[in-house]
Design a protein around this ligand. Structure first.
Ligand SMILES: Nc1ncnc2c1ncn2[C@@H]1O[C@H](COP(=O)(O)OP(=O)(O)O)[C@@H](O)[C@H]1O
Ligand SMILES: [Mg+2]
Length: 276
């Protein structure tokens, strides 16, 4: 059984014209199906507006689809009551593009990471902060940052904090929505490497939303290509990059400036796009 089985998901939103009047509903996601195995990274790629973020939010039931099914670890998410969903949601987390808006500016770094434990566990304050500090250590945020606030950290550091926070409840699935797109080019590779290491260490599954195929080639096992809400192609990353069958995918690929470098063992390396 797959960790995640998504079948025939569709979702449309009410459109607006220039004067803000409602127009007919526009499909954002149309008849999308895929599955994700434990420990696997599936990239969802496509241009802006293709429906990638909507799909990611539907998977976590942050948005309800108009049609289709989302089955997580054998459980039909759309059939769950809110209390059961709350419990299950601990195992599914999301990392957003903009770490500034995903963290509360009034919460210190240590508090931000410990907070999910306050909400979802019986751990006392000392135990929560201890666990938070361990996680921050793991993502490369030193102890001296524990009492700092988001405004005092760089974008890369904030994204590391957001990653630590996503890990506090030991999730099995993380939806990463353009997790490095807002970061300086020089720190993108470091954060991407961190995500890759954590995935391996913790056996995480990623639904990795990105418009940047150079990143996708580095991190993904499989790729789902979306255009205008529909899946135009899906397959192993090697196969998609070597022989894209769809014209749209070929177009996306031809926009990558340089091929991803490989080490002696043929493994894809991360030092791309000017990063160290
Ligand atoms: N909450 C919303 N209300 C209305 N339209 C939306 C909403 N969210 C997304 N859309 C529309 O759905 C389409 C897909 O958007 P999105 O999923 O954000 O694409 P992507 O993440 O691939 O850029 C776009 O046309 C967008 O304008
Ligand atoms: Mg998006």
């Amino acid at each position: 059984m797959s960790l995640l089985d998504v079948s025939a998901i569709s979702k449309s939103f009410a459109g607006r014209d220039l004067l803000g009047r409602r127009t007919r509903r526009l499909p954002a996601v149309h008849d999308v199906s895929f599955s994700l195995e434990k420990g696997e990274c599936l990239a969802v790629v496509g241009e802006s507006g293709a429906g990638k973020s909507t799909l990611g939010r539907i998977v976590l039931r942050l948005i309800k689809p108009d049609a289709g099914r989302v089955v997580f670890d054998g459980v039909d998410l759309l059939a769950l009551g809110s209390r059961e969903m709350r419990r299950l949601r601990q195992r599914m987390q999301m990392i957003f593009q903009d770490p500034y808006s995903s963290l509360d500016p009034r919460m210190s770094v240590a508090e931000a990471v410990a907070e999910p434990l306050l909400v979802h566990t019986d751990l006392d304050r000392a135990a929560r902060l201890r666990r938070g500090a361990e996680l921050l250590d793991r993502v490369g945020i030193g102890r001296r940052y524990l009492d700092r606030y988001p405004a005092e950290l760089s974008g890369g550091q904030l994204q590391r904090v957001a990653i630590a926070r996503a890990l506090t409840l030991n999730p099995s699935l993380i939806v990463c929505d353009e997790p490095v797109a807002a970061l300086d080019v020089s720190v993108r590779a470091q954060v991407l490497n961190l995500l890759r290491e954590l995935q391996e260490e913790l056996g995480l599954s990623y639904l990795f939303v990105s418009h940047d195929l150079a990143l996708v080639e580095v991190i993904a096992d499989r790729v789902l290509v979306m255009a205008e809400g529909r899946v135009v192609e899906q397959g192993d990353v090697e196969q998609i990059f070597r022989s894209p069958t769809h014209e749209y995918t070929q177009g996306l690929l031809s926009a990558i400036p340089v091929p991803v470098p490989r080490d002696a063992a043929g493994r894809r390396m991360v030092g791309i796009q000017g990063a160290p």
